[in-house]
Ligand binder design. Structure first.
Ligand SMILES: Cc1ncc(COP(=O)(O)O)c(C=O)c1O
Length: 404
């Protein structure tokens, strides 16, 4: 293999995904030049002991030298997380949303406990299925009743179930999450049952940071956690925030040498920078994301595309859901084949029937641009290769649009 293989691949990737394509994957986003610089900085070469390492059970000397700046960076990133989410405690060590979930669940349960979450068939995160995190942590996975018509947890039925079964933990949040949850009745039921609620905000973290969607910590969740790279336009990674002293201490105990060692300090610095950007631009960004989802939903629906939930305003988040049956009827193919077809025109969508507006909003797309995008989308859906038009649409927007 030639010495420049990976650098060449990087250039090809950047050209394809950043210059030629329009990304409608709800799981992804792009970062600012400052975040990208921090990701490739010296912080990524170094070790330090995380600041709360004493929770590992004994007082630990930081055996690494040259760590003064790194330690400050972690502390300031935690402070920024508290400020952005209006929380008392913040933790920026989780290496991903999945690890943040494991830390949170390990910190709020004991072996043998019952954990309710949204079933994968209702758009819940696969990792909460019995065979995955619950199996690793010795938990019994149960599923919250779901209202498929309103695409949210059926709060009434779920409250009854929680009162009857008294699970130790209830996890809200999902991979398919166009609408918020009615948390008040769930909180009341959990109070009666002695259950803790935690909220996986992996998908909607950027909206929550911007004051949209819902405020999990104010509405009854003990812990909010998730990925920092979906609607939250940061580096790939995770974070955890809480108002509760006990929850914070439990989380800290599950970091060093349990679920984290090196927290990847370039990621932490980049996350700190994104938190500053969120503080400044988050509200404007989050509002525009939701407006773009609603408008893209309307434009696609008017063109006969099987986007769901028109009667509910299509979406309150960065996600639009597509009806897979509608794809089969209209285009005679599976959603997977449909996503491959769109990729030929450099329109990136996932194979599980979701569209996302976070990345295009991050790059400056507004409602007025969406009729044109919907036209391109429909043309590509009908099998025409519109990659040249997709590229010229993309060129009108700037990856570095939201700058501090
Ligand atoms: C709801 C939810 N939680 C957790 C995760 C895992 O996040 P990560 O990919 O950052 O590990 C995902 C990933 O898609 C998700 O959708």
């Amino acid at each position: 293999m030639r010495n420049d293989y990976f650098v060449k691949q990087m250039r090809a990737q950047q050209r394809w995904r950043l210059e030629d394509s329009v990304n409608l994957l709800p799981s992804e986003n792009v970062t600012s030049p400052q975040v990208r610089a921090l990701l490739s900085s010296d912080f990524g070469h170094r070790y330090t002991l995380p600041i709360d390492a004493e929770y590992a059970g004994e007082y630990l000397e930081n055996g690494y030298r040259g760590t003064r700046i790194t330690t400050d960076v972690e502390r300031e990133a935690e402070k920024a997380a508290c400020e952005v989410f209006g929380a008392r405690h913040g933790c920026v060590q989780p290496l991903s949303g999945h690890i943040a979930a494991m830390i949170t669940i390990a910190s709020t349960t004991r072996r043998g406990d019952a954990v309710y979450s949204i079933h994968a068939s209702d758009g819940g995160y696969d990792g909460y299925g019995q065979d995955y995190i619950p199996d690793l942590l010795g938990l019994r996975a149960r599923h919250l009743p779901f209202d498929a018509e309103r695409y949210t947890v059926d709060s009434r039925a779920a409250s009854m179930e929680i009162r009857r079964r008294k699970p130790e933990l209830v996890i809200l949040g999902a991979s398919f999450i166009p609408f918020p949850y009615d948390m008040k009745p769930l909180r009341e039921a959990c109070d009666d049952a002695g259950s803790t609620i935690v909220y996986d905000g992996s998908h909607v973290l950027g909206l929550i940071a911007g004051g949209e969607f819902q405020r999990p910590l104010k509405e009854g969740a003990a812990i909010l956690y998730g990925s920092t790279h979906k609607s939250f336009f940061g580096p790939q990674g995770g974070l955890i925030v809480t108002d509760e002293k006990d929850a914070n201490e439990a989380v800290r105990k599950n970091l060093v040498w349990r679920l984290v060692d090196n927290a990847h300090w370039n990621r932490v610095a980049a996350l700190g920078q994104t938190l500053l950007e969120m503080h400044k631009f988050g509200s404007r960004y989050a509002k525009q994301v939701v407006r773009n989802s609603k408008r893209l939903g309307k434009e696609l629906k008017e063109r006969g595309f099987p986007v769901m939930f028109e009667e509910l305003g299509f979406s309150e988040s960065h996600q639009l859901l597509i009806d897979p049956k509608g794809i089969r009827e209209k285009y005679g193919m599976s959603v997977n084949d449909f996503s491959v077809l769109l990729e030929r025109s450099n329109l990136m969508v996932d194979s599980v029937a979701r569209l996302g507006t976070a990345e295009i909003t991050r790059m400056g797309v507004k409602e007025k641009d969406l009729p044109e995008l919907a036209d391109l989308f429909m043309a590509a859906s009908e099998g025409r290769n519109v990659s040249k038009r997709v590229k010229s649409f993309r060129e009108r927007f700037d990856m570095d649009y939201i700058l501090p």
